[in-house]
Write a protein that binds this ligand. Structure first.
Ligand SMILES: [Zn+2]
Length: 215
């Protein structure tokens, strides 16, 4: 594990050297602009680096991360990223990716107080309450995993219902939206939703959301 700040700068020099060896025009090309096909909405967790786990390179993916990969309709930061990605960059896919073992989800499932962050995580308590009938039948470990999955589906639903995505779909423009869960213990990504690019498809998620499937 790297702990010294100097190591980061040394690694950066090595990165530049290696890239230039592979392609002398690499940084010149990179500085010309970006045309990413993907927007990634993921957790801030240090163990879930989107580029590493998907094999993407600089320029491939526009990224927004927050604790527990939440899509909150009043979050100006997320909405700005989403609007820019969908309307200006015209990304084809928006991925919400959670992960098993998420500290944010775990904190929301417990009773301990953590300060300001509890406000951010409050919506997860609503999800837990909403799906309690299903969750209560599971043991502690399975319940935690299931909450991570339900949270991703919930956030996909929230994403599909933003005015930005709704307007894009109305214009017949992508994005496809996807809900994934990353498994830290195996390294594999598990899709939780199909590919969604219209209101009917989001209603399928909504069916889940309203407890028809989850109940
Ligand atoms: Zn997390």
């Amino acid at each position: 594990m790297i702990t010294s700040i100097q190591s980061l700068l040394r690694n950066n020099e090595r990165f530049v050297e290696e890239q230039l060896q592979l392609d002398p025009g690499y940084f010149a090309n990179l500085s010309e602009g970006q045309h990413p096909a993907f927007l990634w909405i993921g957790c801030s967790d240090s163990r879930v680096p989107p580029d590493r786990i998907t094999g993407t390179q600089p320029g491939d993916m526009f990224v927004h991360r927050n604790i527990a990969n939440l899509v909150v309709q009043t979050d100006m930061n997320l909405l700005s990223v989403l609007q820019y990605a969908v309307e200006v960059l015209e990304v084809e896919h928006v991925i919400v990716c959670g992960h098993y073992g998420c500290g944010g989800v775990k904190a929301a499932m417990g009773e301990a107080k953590h300060g300001l962050i509890d406000n951010w995580l409050r919506v997860l308590k609503d999800t837990q309450q909403y799906f309690w009938k299903e969750l209560m039948t599971l043991n502690e470990h399975a319940r935690f995993d299931r909450m991570v999955e339900l949270n991703v589906i919930e956030q996909v639903y929230n994403l599909g219902k933003t005015s930005i995505v709704q307007e894009a779909w109305k214009r017949g423009v992508r994005p496809w939206i996807h809900g994934w869960v990353f498994d830290l213990s195996t390294g594999f990504i598990h899709p939780q939703t199909g590919m969604i690019n219209n209101d009917a498809a989001i209603q399928e998620v909504c069916k889940f959301h309203t407890g028809v499937v989850g109940a």
